[in-house]
Write a protein that binds this ligand. Structure first.
Ligand code: ATP
Length: 240
C-alpha cells in the first residue's frame, strides 16, 4: 500500500448505450482521505465507481489518479494502478474458502509474492475471517461476506479502495459492524471512496462527502456540515 495519489474527476459524462447516467461529475479524493458519495437509488453512484475503476469509459471529462490520465490508459493497465473496487453484490467465489478468495485478490504477480504477509495483515484486522478461513465463502453471513470481499480487495495492496454500498442487504447491527471496519481501514491511512444510501452511517466514517442526484453533484461538504444540513436531514435522515 505505497505511493500516494490524488483521485480527481472533472466534468465526467458517462452512461450505457443511449442512456446517460452521469452529467459533468467532479470530485476529488486526497491521499489518506475517506470520502463518501451519497444519493438516492439510480442517482449514478455505482456508475461513478465503474468509471473510476475502468469498467466503463467516460464519454467526456477528465479522470486523473496522481499523474495518470485514467481515461487515456488502455484497459489492461488500469488494474496495476492500485485502484481496488468492491462491487455492490460482493462477487465472492461462493464455492471457494475464505482463504482461497483472499488468494484470488492477490492474483497479480507482485501481490502473489506478498500473499502471506498481506493475508496475515487482513486476518489481524478482521479476526473473524481468520476463524472462518476454511469455510466456503457462500455459506457465511452477509456481514462476513462483506468483510471477506473487503479483505480480498486489500490483498492487492491498493492505494485507493472503492466500496459500493457495503451496507446493502445487511441487518442494522451488521451495518454498524461493517462501517466500523471501514473506519478501521481508514484509520490505517488507506484512501477510501465509499458509495452509500445509508447516509447517517457513512457520514460517521468519512471526512467529506458528495451528494449525487440524477447524475449530478448537488452538494458537497465535510461530513459534519452535511450531517447538520437541514435539506440533507430532511431527504436522508427520515425528516429528523
Ligand atoms: P443504486 O443505489 O440503486 O444502486 P446508483 O446510484 O448506484 O443506484 P447506478 O446503478 O449508477 O445508480 O444507475 C444509474 C442509472 O444507470 C440508473 O438509471 C440505472 O438504471 C442505469 N444503469 C445502470 N447500469 C446500467 C446498465 N448496465 N445498462 C443500462 N442502464 C444502466
Amino acid at each position: 500500500m505505497s505511493g500516494a495519489s490524488t483521485l480527481e474527476l472533472s466534468g465526467v459524462h458517462a452512461g450505457y448505450g443511449d442512456f446517460q447516467a452521469l452529467f459533468g461529475v467532479g470530485l476529488r479524493v486526497e491521499p489518506g482521505e475517506a470520502v463518501g458519495v451519497v444519493g438516492p437509488n439510480g442517482a449514478g453512484k455505482t456508475t461513478l465507481l465503474r468509471v473510476i475503476s475502468g469498467l466503463i469509459r467516460p464519454r467526456a471529462g477528465t479522470l486523473r489518479f496522481g499523474c495518470r490520465d485514467l481515461a487515456a490508459l488502455p484497459a489492461h493497465e488500469l488494474p496495476g494502478l492500485g485502484i481496488a473496487h468492491v462491487p455492490e453484490n460482493r462477487r465472492l467465489f461462493p464455492n471457494l474458502t475464505v482463504e482461497e478468495n483472499l488468494r484470488v485478490g492477490a492474483y497479480a504477480k507482485s501481490a502473489r509474492a506478498r500473499f502471506a504477509e498481506r493475508r496475515d495483515h487482513v486476518y489481524a484486522m478482521f479476526p473473524r475471517l481468520k476463524e472462518r478461513r476454511h469455510q466456503l465463502a457462500g455459506t457465511m453471513s452477509g456481514g462476513e461476506q462483506q468483510m471477506c470481499a473487503i479483505g480480498r480487495a486489500l490483498m492487492s495492496g491498493p492505494r485507493i479502495l472503492l466500496l459500493d454500498e457495503p451496507s446493502a442487504g445487511l441487518a442494522p447491527l451488521v451495518v454498524k459492524q461493517v462501517f466500523d471496519l471501514v473506519a478501521r481501514i481508514r484509520g490505517e491511512g488507506l484512501t477510501v471512496l465509499i458509495v452509500e444510501q445509508n447516509v447517517a452511517q457513512v457520514l460517521r466514517v468519512v471526512d467529506r462527502a458528495y451528494v449525487l442526484e440524477t447524475g449530478r453533484v448537488s452538494a458537497e461538504g465535510t461530513a459534519a456540515d452535511l450531517a447538520a444540513d437541514p435539506a440533507i436531514r430532511r431527504s436522508y435522515f427520515g425528516g429528523h
